[in-house]
Write a protein that binds this ligand. Structure first.
Ligand code: ADP
Length: 218
């Protein structure tokens, strides 16, 4: 089922969201105050509209209140980002995701009703730092401040051991979600699965437990 999305602000972040949603076959209204930028989205988005979203009448006339999800990806202009977000919630948009450029901006966005606040640069920095910190950590998704999902290359000591032998749930409080071996992925590995060299493990757990696991096992 397709939903109706609108993306406001077609910079690098908003533009990328717009492109990805369109490629996934979703209906997307792409909005920016710059005509030049909007022109780039004419063929890609379902609708490409030139509008300054801090003008309430303009927002109303777009019928934006009927959209399922609106993404506010206005960059540096914090005032425009906040004003747009407030008005979207006043127009009863079901879900508003807003981009924050500082912690403070993010806190205000939540206060004024944004349903979801993202910090793309901060979060990507965190992700990259985690990659750098551990060559065995290949991918990383933060689920909350406490929990994350990470993909790790198994350590030498784990080769030839079964999942039951490792018993990471009891020993570390970590869940193994999947094992990747070359192109194959086993999404519900059994306890008797034996690990081999080069296997990748997708694990979920609290940051502190993952760190302990990483230090002891990898
Ligand atoms: P990024 O860091 O993601 O590239 P930018 O700050 O470069 O973000 O882009 C933000 C976009 O938001 C710009 O294309 C700008 O024209 C647009 N924008 C800024 N203010 C408004 C507004 N009031 N209404 C609509 N679009 C806006």
């Amino acid at each position: 089922m397709t939903k109706q999305y609108a993306v406001i602000g077609l910079g690098r972040f908003g533009g990328s969201i717009c492109r990805t949603l369109s490629e996934q076959g979703q209906e997307v209204m792409a909005i920016d105050k710059s005509e030049e930028i909007v022109n780039e989205y004419k063929d890609l988005a379902t609708y490409a509209i030139i509008a300054n979203t801090t003008e309430q009448n303009m927002l109303k006339s777009l019928g934006i209140g009927n959209f399922d999800h609106v993404i506010v990806a206005i960059g540096d202009d914090i005032q425009a980002s906040l004003l747009t977000t407030i008005m979207l919630k006043e127009l009863d948009v079901k879900k508003v995701t807003a981009k924050a450029i500082t912690e403070y901006h993010g806190r205000i966005l939540y206060r004024i009703g944004a349903d979801n606040v993202v910090h793309p640069e901060r979060d990507m920095g965190k992700r990259v730092a985690n990659h750098i910190l551990s060559s065995s950590m290949l991918d990383y998704i933060e689920l909350s401040d406490e929990y994350s999902v990470v993909e790790v290359l198994i350590g030498k000591s784990m080769i030839g051991q079964s999942l039951a032998d490792l018993d990471v749930r009891a020993n570390y409080g970590i869940n193994i979600l999947a094992i990747k071996r070359e192109k194959e992925i086993d999404v519900s590995p059994e306890a008797d699965k034996v690990l081999g060299e080069g296997d990748l493990m997708v694990i979920m757990g609290a940051e502190a437990d993952i760190k302990r696991f990483r230090n002891n096992m990898l």
